[in-house]
Design a protein around this ligand. Structure first.
Ligand SMILES: Cc1ncc(C[n+]2csc(CCOP(=O)(O)OP(=O)(O)O)c2C)c(N)n1
Ligand SMILES: [Mg+2]
Length: 831
């Protein structure tokens, strides 16, 4: 039978917070520091309290301190440097307990458990990732929402993985249970052929009515299997919603992330996300983290999942509290929830609640846990459901009639589910998505992205000037002088200026711009200089924020040294700010593979799986320049392989004006699709890739740049990026007048019509050759070759490339040059 559990705050004996008493403080401090180790946290006793030498103290004060800090709540707070924060927690731990509504709690526990029981009975053998064993999650979230609403929250942005998700969709997002049950009936499979997602990944929205009668909108974020990948997305989405709201945004939008214990400890993307919690570009004023801790990950024990005693301890890297709580002392869980929430609102920090319970069934109910944890599951089998324990402990009345009523309600919903014929969507999109479209590309989405000469001049001036008395670095001064000449048409415009013109013009027209990446403010290649620094006092001046008095924000942030979490954040941000241009920049394109899960699971597949759109831009420096295996290739092939059904756009603008039009097109069109851009490195300032100012006025982005220098060529080279410019130099060197060089600036969606016209302009050409820098097993080759063959008619289509290779590029600069000149000769030699 259930053990009686002690409650947090039970040591409310008068005098706890009385006048200074050093001896008493010394004893209490030992418990404040180490008490959590002796706390009674595992309802089944498989993680028994540990001991600590500093706690081997007896006497009345020690007894009192032990009651507070070694009960069913263990708090880790002594690593928090700020005494005010520690004091705040102490006062609440040591003060009188706050009131809880036991009748409401009991109802939530019954609902949580019975929901799973009905699923188990009706859909035996389906995966549902039951919440049973940690059903306290429902009263915990109920209390957090009540406290948050008092603090001004209007929306909870929630990220979570599989465990208990269906229960949360029903009881937190408040979707009708029949809609959730319909997922088990798998109604309407034809609507999702080749797409869609499993029911425990879908996002949901709804309205929650709190204990005090306030409404909070719930937004449960769509989530892939990849554990913790949703963390940065949740935080990015929250930040976007907060930014939209302006003042008070941090109070209005509260992020809550529910984690599994195994994933929390093991997945680096969580640690990366926690790392930027306090940084200006990424903060949301604190995220509440709840670990639904069953001391198991699938079949693996916690002793195999982390080196620390608790999974939660990874969070000690930050100066934030961790509250461990026994999931079967529900009143304590609820009080911890309120305390954690108040902490978030008081200090603007993240906070962790580690709620320790158990998992009643196998990992997904279809596997048998008695094979791997026979003793644990023997104990679980004999352990009553939480609502029974709680009902007995609290003496709340009419339990059986409540159970019968709730069960009848759920069973009726289950019956109704059978008659639903259309797959329920479970969510409503915010109105800011109304004007944006996804789906297939349509030519009428195109817009004019050119600017008038006057507009360019005016913008150029704003972008290259700074306040009087600002002590500019001489190198930056020179760069700005050159840029000023570019805007006046006295010098060809390079990529850095083209980008500034794009960002500045968008901001000026009311479209916000946000870019983050490693060293992005200056630019990895010294090309951006978006933030000017006064060299005498390090004051900042951002010309892009001064293009017009009523402009939109243009924010450029240096990111943490992370790819996965930063890209996840920017993707999330783009989901709730479709009007803005949101960009993530990799230091070198290679490093984006650390964020592969975000690309695979959200950016390329989000629309297919969840019908959710994003206009996020990935800037990936790419190009073979002899810098070795890791600074050459942004892995064009990987993105092309993910491309289907116009899910995203993959481009490599071959000159500065093309880059300008591409960025503006992305923001100005109403078609919201992620954009992958392979950006230059050595070509950033190269005259070959710079553009005359006229190209910024009339033109749009050209998916294909035809060759008009050569008339009726006998040989056509098709390429993308830097090598095209090298081929042009080589052609001049050879005084060749027979070879046309066509740039494919958009690789996906494949511009068939434009490429066909560019080829047909040289109708007597005998050979068509794809030329790439990358090895044969990489680059765009396998994506383009058959497509070009279709357009080339009877002509043979050949290819020039490096030999297939396991590593993208050689480590030797000289070997690189030999290879590059071989590519040149092959491109110009007749086969
Ligand atoms: C990145 C990643 N690796 C592996 C898996 C496979 N997987 C799914 S659930 C799970 C165990 C998760 O344990 P925990 O985080 O404690 O959550 P629980 O299921 O116990 O609630 C594993 C390994 C996954 N989904 N994602
Ligand atoms: Mg677990």
């Amino acid at each position: 039978m259930a053990t009686k559990l002690k409650s947090v705050g039970a040591a409310s004996a008068a005098g706890v917070l009385e006048a200074p008493n050093p001896e008493r403080d010394r004893v209490f401090d030992a418990f404040r520091q180490w008490g959590y180790l002796e706390a009674d946290l595992d309802p089944l006793g498989f993680l028994p309290p540990a001991s600590h030498p500093d706690l081997k103290i007896t006497g009345e004060v020690a007894q009192e301190a032990r009651r507070v800090y070694c009960g069913t709540v263990g708090v880790e707070m002594m690593h928090i440097a700020d005494p005010a924060r520690r004091q705040w927690i102490q006062e609440r731990m040591e003060g009188p307990p706050t009131a809880v509504d036991q009748s409401r709690i009991l109802d939530l526990l019954i609902r949580g458990d019975l929901f799973e029981v009905v699923l188990q009975q009706r859909y035996l053998g389906s995966k549902r990732f039951s919440l049973e064993g940690v059903t306290s999650l429902l009263p915990l979230v109920d209390e957090i929402l009540d406290a948050a609403a008092h603090r001004g929250a209007i929306e909870l942005v929630m990220g979570m993985s599989h465990r208990g998700r269906l229960n949360v969709i029903t009881h937190v997002a408040k979707r009708a249970p029949e809609e959730v049950f319909a997922g088990f009936e798998d109604v309407d499979p034809r609507s999702v052929l080749g797409g869609g997602d499993v029911k425990y990944h879908m996002g949901a929205t709804g309205e929650y009515l709190t204990r005090s009668g306030k409404k909070v909108h719930i937004h449960l974020v769509s989530n892939p299997s990849h554990l913790e990948a949703v963390d940065p997305v949740t935080v990015g989405r929250t930040r976007a919603k907060q930014d939209r709201a302006g003042e008070g945004g941090r109070e209005k939008f509260l992020p809550l992330v529910v984690h599994g214990d195994g994933a929390f400890a093991g997945q680096g993307i969580f640690a990366e996300t926690l790392n930027y919690a306090d940084l200006p570009g990424y903060t949301v004023g604190g995220t509440v983290h709840v670990i639904v801790n069953n001391l198991l990950g699938f079949t693996t024990l916690s002793s195999e999942l982390h080196s620390s005693r608790f999974a939660a301890q990874i969070a000690r890297r930050q100066s934030i509290p961790i509250f461990h709580v026994n999931a079967e002392d529900v009143d304590a869980v609820v009080r911890v929830g309120r305390m954690a929430l108040e902490y978030r609102y008081t200090f603007g920090d993240d906070v962790v609640i580690d709620m320790i319970g158990y998992r009643r069934h196998g990992h997904s109910e279809v596997d048998d846990p008695t094979v791997t944890q026979p003793l644990l599951y023997k104990a679980i089998k004999e352990h009553p459901p939480l609502w029974e324990i709680y009902a007995e402990d609290t003496g709340v009345e009419d339990v059986q009639s409540r159970v019968a009523a709730i069960k009848a309600e759920l069973e009726a919903a289950q019956k109704q589910a059978g008659s639903i014929t259309k797959k329920p969507t479970l969510r409503d999109l915010p109105s800011y998505w109304d004007e944006f479209k996804g789906g297939r590309y349509q030519a009428d989405y195109e817009v004019n992205t050119g600017l008038s000469t006057e507009e360019l001049r005016a913008l150029g001036e704003k972008l290259t000037t700074y306040p009087d008395g600002f002590h500019i670095h001489p190198k930056v001064k020179k760069l700005l002088e050159q840029r000023a000449e570019m805007a006046l048409g006295k010098r060809a415009v390079d990529y850095g200026m083209a980008e500034a013109l794009a960002f500045g013009s968008l901001a000026k027209s009311g479209i916000p711009v946000r870019l983050s990446g490693q060293d992005s403010r200056r630019g990895t290649f010294n090309q951006r200089h978006s933030v000017l620094l006064d060299i005498e006092n390090e004051q900042e001046y951002v010309p892009l924020e001064h293009v017009s008095p009523d402009q939109a924000r243009c924010q450029i942030y240096n990111s943490t040294l992370s790819e996965a979490s930063v890209l996840g954040f920017e993707y999330g941000y783009s989901r709730d700010f479709p009007e803005a241009l949101i960009l993530w920049e990799a230091q070198f394109g290679d490093f984006a593979n650390v964020a592969q899960a975000v690309v695979d699971q959200f950016i390329s597949a989000g629309e297919d799986k969840w019908g959710l759109l994003s206009g996020v831009v990935m800037l990936l420096p790419h190009g073979y320049e002899g810098q070795g295996p890791e600074h050459s290739s942004a892995r064009i092939e990987r993105y092309l392989q993910l491309a289907a059904r116009d899910n995203f756009q993959i481009c490599q603008p071959s000159n500065a004006a093309q880059y300008f039009h591409l960025l503006r097109r992305q923001a100005m069109r109403k078609w919201r699709k992620p954009l992958v851009v392979f950006t230059p490195k050595s070509m950033l300032r190269h005259p070959e890739a710079s553009s005359p100012i006229e190209d910024f006025t009339h033109r749009q982005f050209l998916p294909v740049i035809p060759d008009s220098e050569v008339q009726n060529a006998s040989r056509i080279l098709i390429c993308t990026g830097k090598i095209g410019h090298e081929l042009r130099v080589e052609r001049r060197k050879r005084k060749d007048t027979e070879t046309a060089i066509i740039f494919l600036d958009q690789m996906y969606p494949f511009p068939e019509k434009e490429l066909s016209a560019a080829i047909e302009a040289h109708s007597s050409a005998r050979d068509v050759v794809w030329v790439q820098e990358e090895p044969a097993n990489m680059g765009a080759l396998s994506h383009v070759i058959n497509r070009i063959r279709r357009l080339a008619g009877d002509r043979p289509v050949l290819s020039v490339k490096r030999s297939a290779s396991a590593s993208p590029a050689t480590g030797s600069a000289k070997a690189h040059e030999v290879e590059q000149s071989t590519l040149m000769s092959l491109a110009f030699s007749r086969g």
